[in-house]
Design a protein around this ligand. Structure first.
Ligand code: GDL
Length: 679
């Protein structure tokens, strides 16, 4: 049988089941083949990382039961004209130089070949790069070891239709020192037999963009165009993320320069409608891509609309595994002159009588709902338009608290708009929960619960800022339900890391009956000076601190970096910040402060009168200041404290995010630096 020449082979397009976690079921894979066929995709790469016999126990042959399932799967792929590529990942523990190991690989692939499979793949991604002593003796490099075994297996299989190799350095970020000079890639490019194609994920593992130039660069080293293993929709690395945005930021000019594209999508099978549908549209968007039914040029938004319209139909169809049977609901109630039906089915049909509750009929899901859903779970490096607007609005509402306090029309208007956007998320969730297709819903459920909850917290927070009554802000109380402090242990860890320490912003409402935190205005200057002097008087022989000029009003704080707290007596504390403290440090003549300012360019000072025994208003002020300073682009914040100021030392230590930073030579005597870095 003659094999087609390199350029006559069709562009490889489709899906790689290559993620970590629960593999898809045989039914789901069969469903996938039907869709691929329908949408014009031609390949499926079987590579489920956590399937025992694909990676961990790669040497083990399949049992008769497993064999039966694989035979059926391979034949289902064939029926749908999808090329089934069987991949194996021996890299965890193979000894490349041991002929017994190579024989085990051949034996396993021969078995799969006997199931009807014609295409194969050897994967060496995500493995230890250090060779064992025996391999070090036998091969001059890791690349040589992999290439030798791959070539031998490829030749053994003789007539593989497609044969793919996944290198250990499968993206530019892994190449040392870079793609053109990587000796690993050079060896692979030179020594791997020309019939073998090479997988590549782009500039990174999860590539934001893949440019034509980057592909030309890697093609030159590999001596063949790569097959892209695209992780753009993969979500196996973060349990809170899901990607329902369109295939994007891969120009279609890539198509003639590539051997193919396989997407490694979300772990949840039913949530990959958009990922696969939009990839199919992308593949058809070029004359060389093989199709003719789509105009030249690819628009991610257009492709998304096409995908969501088709997905809506599927979501509204009960004809799915787990789909609700709604026929009973649709039957008409018996008319007064009809004989009551005597069947069992009729007895179970509940028809409310006059004055009773009417049957609940859910509003149907809309295309707008799906657009919103996709916007909330868009792409790894990008939120969808509505999600971006929501973030921007929330940020505006919280940074314009003075407007909230004054109840300006603009603030109220924007708060109302934000509230409606939050409400749309809740309504979308309700309609989705009632959609007949339960399989999609169940895969989606945790994600939408999570976002609904996050949106609920933000909504309650804005209501509190606006001074509206509290019941909706129940999650902000002192004794919240577990969903009021989300994220479990991982959330705790994240909040303890510098830059995440603003949890108190949400723990308590920013305004309580007792304390009111508000932006500093010029009329507060005298009060702030009074507090500063009062506290200075208590600290006798205190050294002069860099922040003293801020507290005394000699240096003006940076915009959005000045707050005061009031109780029923009056102003009882303040928090001031400088996003760039260089000038203030220079004025105080601190020669050694340059090193400090490099890591922590910003300065804060917080003081509250001793009558304020509750630390929360001060914490709230710090959280707000940190948030403003962080959004100015600063890398970190420090404060200078007097050693004798036990109260403030204790306060900063308990915040969690600030730590003591030893600094030589830059300090006033008896002063201590506490600091926090962003990210
Ligand atoms: C990877 C793994 C892949 C995983 C993905 C996203 C490749 C070649 N390998 O590095 O199995 O799903 O990241 O986490 O991409």
């Amino acid at each position: 049988m003659s094999t087609p020449g390199r350029d006559e082979r069709p562009f490889i397009s489709g899906v790689v089941e290559g993620f970590y976690g629960r593999p898809w079921t045989m039914e789901q894979r069969t469903e996938l083949f039907k869709r691929e066929h329908q949408w014009g995709l031609n390949t499926y790469l079987y590579a489920p990382k956590d399937d025992y016999k694909h990676r961990m126990y790669w040497r083990e042959l399949y049992s008769p039961e497993e064999a039966e399932q694989l035979v059926a799967l391979i034949s289902a792929a064939e029926k749908n004209r999808v090329e089934f590529i069987y991949a194996i990942s021996p890299g965890l523990d193979i000894t490349f130089s041991n002929p017994g190991e190579v024989a085990a690989l051949k034996r396993k692939l021969d078995q799969v070949k006997a199931f009807g499979c014609r295409s194969f793949s050897l994967l060496f991604d995500d493995i230890e790069t250090e060779m064992c002593p025996a391999d070090k003796q036998a091969f001059s490099s890791f690349a040589h070891a992999q290439v030798a075994v791959t070539n031998e297996v490829y030749q053994h299989l003789r007539d593989a239709k497609t044969f793919l190799f996944c290198p250990t350095d499968y993206c530019a970020a892994f190449c040392n020192p870079n793609v053109p000079q990587s000796s690993y890639l050079q060896t692979v490019g030179e020594k791997l037999l020309p019939g073998i194609d090479i997988l590549w994920t782009g500039p990174k593992v999860v590539s934001n963009k893949i440019s034509v130039e980057s592909i030309e660069e890697v093609t030159a080293v590999l001596k063949r165009p790569p097959v892209i293993w695209d992780n753009i929709h993969a979500n196996d690395y973060d349990p809170q993320r899901l990607f329902l945005g369109p295939y994007k930021d891969r120009p279609t000019e890539l198509i003639p320069k590539l051997r193919g594209v396989l997407t490694n999508p979300n772990c949840e099978f039913y949530l990959n409608f958009v990922a696969i549908h939009t990839l199919a549209t992308w593949c058809r968007s070029s004359a060389t891509g093989g199709g003719s039914d789509v105009e030249m040029g690819y628009s991610p938004q257009g492709a998304l609309t096409l995908a969501l319209s088709d997905w809506l139909q599927e979501l509204m169809s009960a004809n799915q595994p787990g789909g609700a049977c709604r026929s009973a609901r649709l039957r008409k109630a018996p008319q007064p002159d009809e004989e009551p039906m005597q069947t069992d089915a009729a007895e179970s049909l509940y028809v409310p009588g006059p004055g009773e509750n009417p049957l609940y009929t859910a509003e149907p899901l809309t295309l707008d709902d799906l657009n919103l859903l996709s916007d909330l779970f868009y792409l790894p490096y990008e939120h969808g338009a509505t999600a971006r607007t929501m973030l921007e609005e929330l940020d505006w509402l919280r940074t314009h608290r003075e407007a909230a306090a004054a109840q300006t029309e603009e603030w109220r208007g924007r708060a109302g708009k934000f509230d409606s956007m939050c409400d749309a998320v809740v309504q979308m969730f309700n309609r989705l929960s009632n959609a007949p297709n339960r399989s999609v819903l169940y895969d989606l459920y945790n994600y939408i619960c999570d976002i609904k909850s996050g949106v609920g917290l933000a909504r309650a927070y804005v209501k509190t800022l606006g001074g509206q009554d509290q019941p909706s802000a129940q999650t902000l109380t002192d004794d919240p339900e577990p969903w009021g402090f989300r994220g479990g242990l991982s959330g705790e860890f994240q909040r303890m890391l510098p830059g995440h320490g603003n949890r108190d912003l949400f723990k308590r409402p920013p305004m309580t009956a007792v304390y009111c935190v508000r932006p500093y205005c010029s009329g507060d200057k005298a009060e702030v000076q009074k507090i500063f002097k009062e506290l200075q008087r208590r600290e006798e022989q205190s050294p002069k601190l860099i922040s003293d000029s801020l507290s005394s009003g000699d240096v003006a704080p940076s915009p959005q970096c000045a707050l005061v707290v009031e109780d029923d007596i009056g102003v009882c504390g303040y928090a001031l910040g400088l996003t760039d403290a260089k000038q203030a440090a220079a004025t105080e003549q601190r020669p050694g402060s340059d090193t400090l300012l490099k890591d922590y360019p910003s300065l804060v000072v917080v003081q509250v009168l001793p009558r304020v025994t509750d630390p929360s208003p001060a914490r709230r002020m710090v959280a707000q200041l940190l948030s403003s300073i962080r959004s100015s682009g600063s890398r970190g914040v420090f404060c200078e404290l007097r050693q004798s100021d036990r109260r403030m030392l204790d306060f900063y230590s308990k915040l969690g995010s600030f730590e003591h930073v030893p600094v030589d030579g830059s300090l006033a005597q008896d002063a201590v630096i506490m600091a926090t870095k962003f990210q």
